[in-house]
Design a protein around this ligand. Structure first.
Ligand code: HEM
Length: 280
């Protein structure tokens, strides 16, 4: 009744090896025999290791004591020995290695699960600027104009109905000489609806038809969802004087009767000379 002897604090039972496996002395208590069955092996190996470490540590303590005594007597001593059982510090290199392994595993799992190493976030990961908390900047019209692409060292912005986007990834289209350069550095929301790219470089949407307003929404969505453009913030406009006339349409046929004047300009849209659609 081993549980009884344990309960009353008697000596631990000696293992007799009745399970057919050889018995070995318990590393903690050499008077006690334990089975060397496979299930016990990790435990026994660990105990053995701890015992060996303890022995090494004690020997080191002994040597350290002797060395300290020599130092106290003023005798010459060699360099101080490190504790051979001290846990090795992970260190910065170890941490970097660990992070590298984690990153590689993360990429491989991404490839396996989504078919993309970056979990389908290529644009986000490669354009880290998209993660900067800069999509809530407030820009004045003057500041926005500085980002029209004429300075190649600055990003290229355009605005549509107050929302400002960084379109630097498409300088060919919006930069100087590009087909849609007239939309850069300004909120030309009206021109997105009317196609009057030269005349309607304004955020004034008064008087637009339902379908024209829908066109503005369409383009707003286009920029908001574009993978290579990202939102910078909003532009603060001067208020529009409600008494001021609504901007004239560039196509005389599309003007209100009282807007039509003789000798009016031709249909708007990107034209030669604007650098617009010159390839067409
Ligand atoms: C209301 C009229 C129009 C608006 C608001 C408009 C707007 C735009 C915008 C914003 C882009 C650049 C898209 C991007 O960021 O990738 C673009 C590109 C383009 N548009 Fe238009 N567009 C209009 C009419 C036209 C017309 C009539 C044509 C053809 C005659 C045309 C041909 C093109 C071409 C070829 C491009 C590609 C240009 C390039 O990537 O350099 N567009 N359009």
């Amino acid at each position: 009744m081993s549980w009884m002897s344990e309960a009353v604090g008697g000596p631990p039972p000696v293992y007799t090896g009745g399970d057919g496996y050889p018995t070995v002395p318990d590393p903690d208590d050499p008077d006690r025999m334990v089975s060397a069955k496979p299930a016990n092996k990790p435990f026994l190996a660990h105990k053995e290791y701890r015992k060996k470490q303890e022995g090494l540590h004690n020997a080191w303590l002994e040597r350290k004591k002797e060395r300290d005594a020599k130092v106290a007597r003023g005798e010459a001593v060699g360099p101080e020995e490190q504790d051979p059982t001290a846990e090795e510090e992970v260190g910065v290199l170890g941490l970097l290695k660990f992070l590298l392994y984690v990153a590689i595993i993360f990429l491989l799992i991404g490839k396996f699960v989504t078919g993309s190493y970056f979990w389908n976030y290529e644009v986000g990961w490669t354009q880290l600027r998209a993660f900067w908390p800069t999509n809530d900047r407030l820009l004045s019209e003057r500041v926005l104009a500085e980002y029209d692409g004429s300075d190649p060292t600055k990003p290229l912005y355009l605005a549509i109905d107050h929302d400002v986007y960084d379109v630097s990834s498409n300088r060919e289209t919006y930069g100087p000489g590009g087909a849609y350069h007239m939309m850069a550095g300004v909120d030309a929301a009206r021109s997105f609806a009317t196609g009057c790219f030269r005349e309607h470089r304004t955020h004034d949407l008064r008087g637009l038809t339902e379908s024209e307003l829908e066109a503005v929404q369409h383009w707003k969505k286009f920029f908001a969802e574009h993978k290579r453009y990202f939102k910078v913030g909003r532009v603060l406009h001067h208020p529009i004087d409600p008494a001021s006339p609504t901007p004239e349409h560039c196509d005389a046929n599309r003007r209100e009767p009282d807007e039509i004047k003789s000798g009016s300009e031709s249909r708007g849209g990107p034209r030669k000379g604007d650098g617009a659609h010159e390839e067409l």
